[in-house]
Design a protein around this ligand. Structure first.
Ligand SMILES: *[C@@H]1O[C@H](CO)[C@@H](O)[C@H](O)[C@H]1NC(C)=O
Ligand SMILES: *[C@@H]1O[C@H](CO)[C@@H](O)[C@H](O)[C@H]1NC(C)=O
Ligand SMILES: *[C@@H]1O[C@H](CO)[C@@H](O)[C@H](O)[C@H]1NC(C)=O
Ligand SMILES: *[C@@H]1O[C@H](CO)[C@@H](O)[C@H](O)[C@H]1NC(C)=O
Ligand SMILES: *[C@@H]1O[C@H](CO)[C@@H](O)[C@H](O)[C@H]1NC(C)=O
Ligand SMILES: *[C@@H]1O[C@H](CO)[C@@H](O)[C@H](O)[C@H]1NC(C)=O
Ligand SMILES: *[C@@H]1O[C@H](CO)[C@@H](O)[C@H](O)[C@H]1NC(C)=O
Length: 540
């Protein structure tokens, strides 16, 4: 079916659906989909010590101009940094930032007369305490036990003599709330117009999960977007984590995930931290300081900074150590849910199919056995409305990476050797999924084709005369354009990185098969080791 025709049919369907939706809304036999309290599925959570940055902040650090903490203290001098920011090198533990180097193209204004007609947001939760699985608390206890038993740390480690571990578990920290509130404000400025209060027949359905930090993230975002009375405008559809993406049911993902990343992580960690470990061991008295202690210490830099405002652990490491830390997180996420994972595409295909269904104006038609999507939710007009211009969903780091993979954005593929970063490395975890990282997808309707060469003016000069109405899709990761021509041959080179919507939808028709959900999640394949999987699916 050609695309124009299918768009017309979709529009007709969407209208029929809306009438159906209104009927369903009036029915009293529906479960209470939008009930979020009491929350029995909040997951692990524990609050930590209340910060006291005004008391512990060692700033100023002697630079010429005074730099106030805002709100974190991140101005400590780092050996070799020369003004560069180590907080952009912490993988998924980087506080939110927009990557300065971008993804290959610049941003351009919409030419006059073109409109953004839809925006789909996949938004990661904000900065949080360590997750239970990271065992940071146990490490803290080990250090406290050592000092109690008489270990005296010296030199740069002397602060450990009266240090204690004070962090909670998995809950958002205050800067995490702020990141989400700020994202809500930013997205309101960019897209507030798309919430059409005058014609909206019902509240916006916003998806999140019942995990505590996911609920808090959604609430803070909505408070930033609509104000504290956001409940007048939006309903939260909160499912048991991680239900919305189908990941929970991908058996092979659960069983192979550790196997995939274990070896390359062990190799790279013991390579890049070898020297630092030897140096810190000399400062550890009777305590047997090992590689694992160095890694825990490095990881506590971001965690203490976001939780308490400042951390003594940060300056134990050089700028190069932080570049290497980032690479460890790159290996982890590419192997966990990116192109180096045998279930990378399968983990993200449910959201991709949901996105395509919304853009085309119909329910998800692909069976759950091909995506892992929750069809109870995805075929109900109350929980899967098709008449919104804004689709907001809150999620996790790995889910965003898997969605990028399932879309086939191969510009983020490429092998990551366990021995160290390759030249032209394309996958950087911190630039994709820092805390509060986000993918915005815009659908743009233009009165004519827009020239592939763009001017930076808000004029009509960019239109190609004699052409008709044309729709485009624009991917934006952390406020920087992801150029679609870099991944899809069918998308012509454009300075603005957009792709014609009809062309993009054609490229996506092959992605379901490429994800190979049944085989990937339930097939009897064996993992051949790091480097055997490069395309987000099992090698055989
Ligand atoms: C710390 O010491 C206590 C008391 O001896 C012990 O129960 C606990 O297991 C120790 N913790 C660690 C992480 O070694
Ligand atoms: C927008 O929606 C809110 C909540 O229903 C309502 O209180 C307000 O009056 C509406 N504003 C307009 C301009 O319709
Ligand atoms: C779909 O989601 C609903 C609401 O969270 C849940 O009750 C139901 O069990 C889910 N269905 C499947 C098949 O996971
Ligand atoms: C110190 O730890 C290393 C690595 O775990 C271990 O091989 C070594 O035997 C330990 N040394 C002592 C004295 O416990
Ligand atoms: C999970 O997968 C099994 C096996 O394919 C299937 O029977 C079950 O319905 C699936 N559940 C969900 C929630 O998709
Ligand atoms: C963009 O929106 C304006 C104002 O609603 C409308 O007049 C114009 O026709 C729209 N452009 C396109 C290409 O749909
Ligand atoms: C999976 O493959 C292994 C090795 O080829 C074989 O031993 C095993 O029986 C297979 N299992 C299933 C369920 O097919």
């Amino acid at each position: 079916m050609d695309t124009i025709k299918s768009m017309v049919i979709s529009l007709a369907l969407a209208t029929a659906v809306e009438a159906g939706a209104i009927q369903q809304r009036a029915s009293t036999t529906q479960p209470d989909w939008f009930k979020t309290s009491p929350d029995l599925y909040a997951g692990t959570m524990e609050t930590g010590a209340a910060p006291y940055l005004a008391q512990i902040n060692p700033a100023p650090f002697g630079s010429k101009s005074y730099i106030p903490n805002a709100p974190l203290e991140t101005g400590e001098p780092i050996s070799g940094a020369h003004g560069k920011n180590i907080f952009h090198l912490m993988g998924d533990l980087s506080p939110y930032f927009s990557p300065e180097e971008g993804f290959g193209v610049d941003e351009y204004p919409l030419p006059k007369g073109a409109n953004i007609t839809q925006m789909h947001l996949l938004q990661r939760h904000g900065s949080r305490y360590p997750s239970a699985s990271e065992d940071q608390g146990t490490w803290g206890e080990k250090i406290a036990n050592a000092t109690k038993a008489g270990t005296v740390f010296t030199g740069e480690l002397a602060f450990l003599n009266d240090w204690s571990y004070q962090l909670g578990e998995e809950l958002l920290v205050p800067t995490g709330r702020q990141e989400l509130f700020d994202s809500g404000v930013l997205n309101y400025y960019n897209y507030g117009h798309l919430y059409n209060n005058k014609t909206a027949s019902h509240k916006l359905v916003v998806r999140t999960t019942l995990m505590a930090r996911m609920m808090q993230s959604a609430e803070n975002f909505l408070a930033g977007f609509f104000g504290l009375n956001w409940k007048d405008y939006a309903n939260l559809l909160a499912t048991i984590d991680p239900a919305t993406t189908g990941v929970s049911n991908c058996t092979n993902e659960l069983t192979t995930i550790e196997e995939v990343i274990e070896e390359p992580i062990a190799i790279w960690m013991s390579t890049y931290l070898k020297e630092r470990t030897a140096q810190l061991k000399k400062l550890s008295g009777s305590y047997n300081w090992t590689l694992s202690d160095t890694y825990h210490a490095q990881t506590l830099c971001p965690y203490e900074t976001i939780s308490l405002g400042y951390s003594n652990f940060c300056s134990l490491f050089t700028y190069e150590d932080w570049e290497h830390y980032e690479y460890l997180q790159d290996i982890e996420f590419a192997g966990y849910s990116g192109f180096l994972s045998p279930t990378g595409r399968a983990q993200g295909i449910a959201w991709v199919e949901e996105f395509l269904a919304r853009v085309e104006g119909h329910y998800v038609k692909v069976p759950a056995s091909e995506t892992g999507a929750n069809m109870t939710l995805d075929t109900n007009p109350i929980t899967f409305p098709l008449d919104q211009n804004l689709y907001l969903e809150f999620t996790h780091d790995a889910n965003i990476i898997s969605v990028i993979t399932a879309f086939g954005l191969t510009q983020f593929s490429g092998f990551l050797p366990a021995t160290g970063p390759p030249a032209n490395q394309k996958f950087h975890t911190s630039r994709l999924v820092p805390f509060a990282g986000r993918l915005n997808i815009e659908i743009i309707k233009a009165p004519h084709k827009v020239s592939t060469k763009r001017s930076s003016k808000l004029t009509k000069a960019d239109y190609i005369s004699g052409t008709g109405e044309t729709q485009y899709v624009h991917f934006i990761q952390n406020q920087r354009t992801v150029p679609l021509h870099a991944s899809f041959d069918a998308c012509e080179y454009r300075e603005d990185g957009w792709c014609e919507l009809s062309t993009f939808l054609k490229t996506q028709k092959t992605m379901l098969a490429k994800a190979d959900y049944q085989h990937s999640c339930y097939g009897n394949w064996t993992y051949g080791g790091w480097g055997t999987v490069l395309n987000g699916v099992p090698a055989s």
